[in-house]
Design a protein around this ligand. Structure first.
Ligand code: ADP
Ligand code: F6P
Length: 535
């Protein structure tokens, strides 16, 4: 069996049961089952670059290889390029994008350091699975060190529409560096389309099949793998005797029977101020529910050293204070705001004890909270999920009450609808949602990604063999691939190549109007794996 090597910026502590963040949760679930190596940052910061050394820890079949970030890397790579440039741009918040050359350099440097440290730990048949926006160029950095393993990349956050992406400095280089991987996975079909549209319309690439995209002779498999959860784990936790006790306590202490819950890292992409405003509007529009409903918002701190995160914290605190001051009474606090992480068991029981869950991000890659809430419900008396159309989960979870989080009145009305929804309708919706959450669970996500990674590496291997063997039968796909390579090397032009073959021009090859696209020299420089990246 091949060993699985997972690489992500942050490596969670498997023994800590309150880690907030979808990536850690789903990787831990996947690795607990398969075992393997998990490589990345241990969350610590050391003063100087020279102090960055790797530590290996074994936990049953799982090895953690972790290292700290230096203070400079933390500033430039993590706070800077990752969370002040990439994160806001990918979440359509160009107003919050901050960019400096130093931070971009820091990003390249840390990716290069990750590759340098990881490469000697790899064995020949390892499957390498790189995660998220922190490590987009890691594939290129590994290839530059001669790593020939199957390497896949999964993007947990949205891939923005090309019109937004082009406003982000460094976007061309970054998007093209994904071609170093054998497989790139996205959360939703919209993310995949956005990436393919960017490569085809702005970079002169083209689709050669539904899941294969070509750029200057380099082909890449791109596909959709929606992240899922460990359904049985959540179900079991939400039905334990301890969970039952917590639910009783929640209802006793709440002076009210109806609890609405929100669980999100305190991130501006989660639409928390908009959510609170919608809750306030709900109280205004439907005063009969006052005192009968409480909103419990659990929002653990995250990335607190980034200015935009400090701002959102003040805004949320002020808003919850305002609502409580305006509507609250001696026997009722409308908003209960909890600013810390809680154990997953506790979360599961709070989900089960809540009639409504508000998942209303302004943009979100997937949103696991939506799926966890569904899995934790009592099938005979389930709650209702109110879900933003801009969460990746909405592509699948159609039976939720789908809302536009920017539309305060619409969300307010959805809250009322969820509260008064008859049991029969709740059960019907829940049955359908549960079937979807189950059919695309965490195991399915990991297995389908890794299966596709092996298949795409195998296909690539075969194609390379073919190119080295002149007598191979002339299958159209092979010819197309070969033409791509010849074109890339400048030995054939697209038109003359196609005129001499029976292949019709692939779809989506037209370049964006007004865009010259990068020159061939630049593209070759961006894509060449042999070249050592300027990190
Ligand atoms: P993101 O990855 O952007 O944080 P997701 O909704 O996909 O968003 O994942 C969040 C994960 O973090 C979920 O598994 C959720 O249960 C967990 N989580 C969120 N808030 C808390 C909290 N306060 N304490 C513990 N875990 C949390
Ligand atoms: O996908 C969302 C994400 O960026 C994950 O990578 C991570 O689990 C989570 O947010 C928490 O972010 P950070 O590692 O920056 O604390």
């Amino acid at each position: 069996m091949r060993r699985l090597v997972v690489v992500s910026n942050r490596v969670a502590d498997p023994e800590c049961n309150s880690t907030a963040g979808g990536l850690s949760v789903c990787i831990l679930d996947a690795l607990r089952k398969s075992g393997g190596l998990w490589f990345g940052w241990n969350g610590e910061i050391v003063p100087r670059d020279e102090e960055v050394t790797v530590t290996c820890t074994r936990l049953e079949s799982l090895t953690l290889a972790t290292m700290p970030l230096s203070a400079r890397d933390y500033q430039e790579y993590y706070l800077g390029f990752c969370n002040a440039t990439l994160w806001p741009a990918h979440h359509y918040r160009l107003d919050l994008v901050r960019f400096t050359q130093e931070c971009a350099q820091g990003y390249r440097r840390v990716n290069d350091r990750f590759a340098e440290t990881l490469a000697p730990l790899l064995k020949q048949r390892d499957l390498v699975w790189v995660h998220d926006y922190h490590l987009i160029p890691l594939g290129t950095c590994l290839r530059a060190r001669g790593v020939d393993n199957a390497i896949g990349f999964f993007l947990h956050i949205p891939f923005p529409s090309p019109e937004v992406l082009v406003a982000m400095p460094e976007h061309e280089w970054l998007a093209c560096s994904l071609f170093a991987y054998d497989l790139v996975g996205f959360q939703t079909s919209i993310d995949k389309e956005n990436f393919c549209r960017f490569i085809c319309e702005y970079m002169g690439g083209k689709m050669i099949s539904q899941d294969t995209i070509d750029l200057a002779g380099k082909s890449l498999t791109v596909s959709v793998f929606p992240v899922g959860i460990d359904v049985d784990y959540i179900m079991t936790m939400s039905q334990s005797p301890e969970a039952e006790m917590r639910i009783q306590r929640l209802h006793r202490s709440g002076e009210t029977r109806i609890n609405i819950i929100g669980v999100d890292r305190l991130d501006y992409s989660k639409g928390l101020p908009e959510r609170l405003r919608a809750f306030r509007r709900f109280l205004e529009l439907f005063p009969r529910h006052q005192k009968a409903v409480t909103l419990m918002q659990i929002a653990p701190p995250t990335r607190e050293d980034v200015q935009a995160y400090m701002d959102i914290r003040y805004e949320l605190e002020a808003l919850s204070g305002e609502i409580n001051g305006e509507f609250g009474d001696f026997d009722w606090t409308p908003v209960r705001y909890i600013h810390r992480s809680v154990a997953r068991e506790t979360l599961a029981s709070l989900y089960r004890g809540s009639r409504v869950c508000l998942v209303t991000p302004l943009r979100d890659g997937m949103n696991l909270v939506a799926k966890e809430y569904v899995a934790a419900q009592d099938v005979d008396d389930p709650g209702v999920l109110v879900l933003s159309r801009f969460a990746g989960a909405a592509e699948d979870l159609e039976e939720a009450l789908i809302v536009n989080p920017y539309d305060t009145d619409e969300v307010a009305e959805a809250i009322e609808r969820a509260i008064i929804m008859p049991a029969e309708e709740r059960m019907e919706r829940h049955r359908a949602l549960m079937a979807r959450v189950r059919s695309r669970d965490g195991r399915n996500w990991a297995e389908s990604f890794l299966g596709a990674l092996i298949a795409s590496k195998f296909r690539k291997g075969r194609a390379i063999e073919y190119l080295r063997t002149p007598q191979t039968p002339q299958h159209p796909a092979h010819i197309a691939h070969r033409l791509g390579s010849l074109r890339a090397s400048g030995r054939i032009s697209l038109d003359s190549g196609l005129k001499n073959s029976n292949i019709s021009p692939p779809q989506g090859s037209s370049r964006k109007r007004g865009s010259e696209g990068p020159s061939r020299k630049r593209l070759t420089a961006i894509l060449a794996p042999e070249q050592k990246p300027k990190c």
